[in-house]
Ligand binder design. Structure first.
Ligand code: CP
Length: 382
């Protein structure tokens, strides 16, 4: 039911004809010059984006989500070039402020920003004045005073990026807050699923999310995007790790979205098109939620045998980092149906897209590319 190969739309876009060619400005740097010739880049949709921040997916309309995915396809075209760099955010200050550990999100935001030629600064809270007692608000104000116009923040407290957004003059992107939200992960997950489904429509597909729902910001953000896309979303895990979801499931999230909550793993996996395993978050786990990891693995671990309940070729996903042998068997994680490394790679295109769109959001200051001869994102020019 699901093909082994991504759709070809990206390649068509990336090889668009010479009618989209523009003049290169004098003095463009060589790395950007190659990318400036990229028709895919100039075809990036801009000007329809109105959000100043990206704090969760719940405030995104389907048109917003489509715009991000469409822009990410263009960015994938840029990434396929020998020099995957464009000057759109040249000179644009961006700070990555992480109060929690991260590999994928932190690195892919940095790579995305550098591909857009932004000036990137990384701050690990443990190595900053936060360790001397500086408040989040003071830190955010300091970062702004030092020139940042984009702030990517990860924080263990749910809601912290919302507080940062109240005190930061530029754009705030949530890189994951507590157990609340992880919007770019949800967007890259949807992008990955769409790229693998013939025709690119998720509508009516059964997407199963299995694991530690209670602590999962990834699942919460995915519920909005996947149900908005028309997926039939099932969440599954021990009842102690589903708290709060039953009420949400009974309400249907919002309107007539398709959302089922169950502890019956076989029912969840039966005829699934996509199976996403979630990490058991030991660092957030209070006592008494699970008897043991071994028992969890025995009852809810995603194994090759259990995957036989799903449709042949069903996609296997995991946002990472994985506890292999607990929520997912190593052979399933590395198997032919796994798109886990594609999720990571697609994170760069999605983050390039959201940085590009946010930086061009109306009324919040334009990116720099006037100097490079490219219309600023948000200017309405293509
Ligand atoms: N998926 C995810 O957020 O991974 P990291 O913690 O490595 O960023």
């Amino acid at each position: 039911m699901i093909s082994d190969h991504p759709g070809t739309e990206l390649h068509a876009l990336a090889s668009a004809g010479p009618e989209l060619a523009t003049q290169l400005p004098a003095g463009s740097d060589p790395g950007a010059t190659d990318a400036l010739d990229d028709a895919a880049w100039r075809a990036a949709p801009a000007g329809r984006w109105q959000h100043r921040h990206l704090l969760d997916t719940d405030t995104l309309s389907w048109a917003d989500i489509e715009l991000i995915l469409q822009t990410a396809e263009t960015m994938s075209g840029v990434l396929a070039r020998p020099i995957p760099k464009v000057p759109a955010l040249r000179g644009y200050g961006m700070t990555i402020l992480f109060y929690e550990t991260s590999t994928r999100t932190r690195v892919s935001f940095e790579v995305a920003a550098k591909n857009l030629s932004a000036e990137v600064v990384n701050i690990a809270a443990s190595a900053s004045s936060v360790s001397k007692g500086e408040s989040l608000i003071d830190t955010v104000r300091t970062i702004e005073a030092l020139g940042a116009r984009l702030l990517v923040i990860r924080h263990p407290v749910s809601g912290a990026p919302y507080l940062a957004a109240q005190h930061f003059g530029g754009h705030v992107l949530n890189g994951g807050d507590g157990t609340h939200a992880h919007p770019t992960q949800a967007l890259l997950d949807l992008y990955t699923i769409r790229s693998r489904i013939p025709g690119g429509s998720v509508a009516g597909r059964k997407v199963v999310i299995v694991g530690d729902l209670l602590h999962s910001r990834v699942a919460r953000s995915n519920l909005w995007t996947l149900t908005a896309a028309g997926a039939d979303v099932w969440v599954c895990g021990p009842s102690t790790l589903l708290r709060g979801f039953e009420a949400w499931g009974a309400a249907g999230v919002a309107g007539n979205r398709h959302f089922t909550v169950t502890s019956d793993l076989n029912a969840a996996l039966r005829d699934a098109d996509v199976v996403m395993a979630l990490r058991i978050q030991r660092e957030r786990m209070a006592g008494g939620l699970l008897p043991s990891l071994r028992e969890y693995a025995a009852r809810f671990g995603i194994t090759a045998e259990r995957m036989r309940l799903a449709v042949p070729g069903a996609l296997v996903m995991h946002p990472g980092p994985m506890n292999e042998g607990v929520e997912i068997a190593p052979d399933v994680a590395a198997g032919s149906a796994s798109v886990i490394t594609e999720q990571v790679a697609n994170g760069v295109a999605i983050r390039m897209a959201v940085l590009y769109l946010l930086a061009g959001a109306s009324g919040t200051g334009a990116p720099v590319p006037g100097a490079s001869g490219i219309a600023a994102p948000g200017s309405g020019a293509s």
